[in-house]
Write a protein that binds this ligand. Structure first.
Ligand SMILES: O=C([O-])CC(=O)C(=O)O
Ligand SMILES: [Mg+2]
Length: 392
């Protein structure tokens, strides 16, 4: 087993959309292709990329993580049973990295980890979801994953009518649950921003037949405690699917205070990038294992090797993997959701193409999606993404 080649590129995923915290006018993603040759001389290429929200990491990849992976030999790469040892490669990539400070480094490693898992599954001739179910769940995979349509971004000139039209399109695609951005009215007093958001929320809820369990709202970490509580008090009667990232992702004590006052589900975690950060959230964030949602995104947080540690940590703290619904809307997390029995996965029907979205001919039916039976993560079956990856 050896690494035959590693190539990397940077791809724009810029657009005019904005959430309450950032706009995406300069957003980029790293893409990598890792070609692995097994003992029999058979070559497969695994692909990886980072999901939206963090920028491409060409420097970290070129200076540290690609050279360390290239230096791995047979003793590191071949597991005892002849499969590709992704855990060993991961440990080699993280050699001489101090603990703490998880951020852009976790993105660079996540990109390579994704490519290694794609290659590992291809070498075994299995879809990744099947490999994971066989290895970690006694062969039991879910038949389909629950997915929800994330959108409702701020966009120049976009009014409430356009927001409702967007949500209507998602329902037309087979989604039953949708998510929209809130808290983004810049420079507005909380009272006025809340009034504006309530009008937006009520318009979407009307489309959903008044069923709050079909709507999630996302603040992208914009609020302090005062705004989070004011919004929480106004949102609580709607019984929304969840109230997402109301606070700074690392401010655990304030999350705990909010959770004392807001009874319906909260969701957070997309900006926590390690098992240890996730554990601090679980220990100190006041979240409730019977209702709250954890959104750690394996593509941004050191990949699946670290995500497996996070799932183990959750189990030790009494949390079911069903409470996890990863951020990022990508096929990697969808494979993990189906293979390891998570609660579902995010989906971006209209934003972050070509990295957001699933295999081209897999429809969403009543809010659920099935997996294609294709070796690896399945990028080759997603036409727009494959058009980018195949040229690497
Ligand atoms: O707008 C973003 O940064 C993406 C996001 O929060 C989400 O998908 O939940
Ligand atoms: Mg979010």
């Amino acid at each position: 087993m050896r690494i035959a080649s590693i190539r990397q590129g940077v791809v724009p995923i810029s657009s005019a959309i904005a959430n309450a915290y950032i706009d995406f006018s300069k957003m980029t993603a790293s893409v990598v292709a890792v070609t692995v040759e097994d003992g029999a001389g058979r070559r497969v290429t695994g692909y990886g990329f980072n999901s939206n929200g963090r920028y491409a990491q060409p420097g970290l990849l070129a200076e540290r993580f690609i050279p360390r992976l290239e230096a791995c030999d047979e003793t590191v790469l071949a597991a005892a049973d002849g499969t590709l040892n992704v855990h060993g490669a991961w440990a080699a990539m993280m050699r001489n990295e101090k603990p703490g400070g998880h951020g852009d480094r976790s993105v660079a490693v996540g990109v390579l980890d994704m490519a290694l898992w794609d290659a590992a599954a291809k070498l075994e001739g299995k879809p990744l979801w099947r490999l994971l179910a066989d290895r970690y769940r006694g062969g039991e995979a879910d038949e389909a994953a629950w997915v929800y349509a994330a959108g409702g971004y701020y966009y120049p000139g976009k009014d409430v009518e356009a927001l409702v039209e967007e949500m209507k399109r998602y329902l037309g695609l087979g989604y039953t649950t949708v998510k929209m951005k809130i808290g983004g009215a810049p420079g507005t007093a909380i009272r006025d921003a809340l009034k504006e958001d309530l009008a937006r929320i009520e318009a979407v809820l009307k489309l959903l037949g008044g069923d709050g369990s079909r709507l999630a709202v996302d603040v992208n970490g914009r609020f302090g405690l005062h705004a989070a509580l004011a919004y929480g008090a106004a949102l609580a009667p709607f019984n929304l699917r969840w109230y997402e990232e109301p606070l700074d992702p690392l401010d655990f004590a304030t999350h705990a205070t909010l959770a004392e006052h807001y009874a319906p589900p909260l969701a957070t975690g997309e900006n926590l990038f390690s098992m240890l950060d996730a554990r601090n959230l679980i220990r100190h964030g006041g979240l409730r294992p019977d209702r709250d949602i954890l959104q750690f995104d394996p593509a941004l947080s050191y990949g699946l090797v670290e995500y497996l540690r996070t799932l183990e940590m959750l189990q030790a703290h009494g949390w079911s993997p069903r409470r996890c619904v990863p951020h990022g809307g990508h096929q990697f997390a969808l494979n993990i959701a189906v293979g390891l029995g998570l609660g579902g996965n995010e989906s971006y029907p209209e934003v972050f193409a070509p990295f957001g979205g699933f295999a081209t001919d897999t429809p969403v039916v009543e809010g659920r999606i099935r997996m294609p039976d294709l070796p690896g993560i399945g990028f080759e079956a997603k036409n727009d993404l494959w058009a980018v990856l195949k040229d690497l």
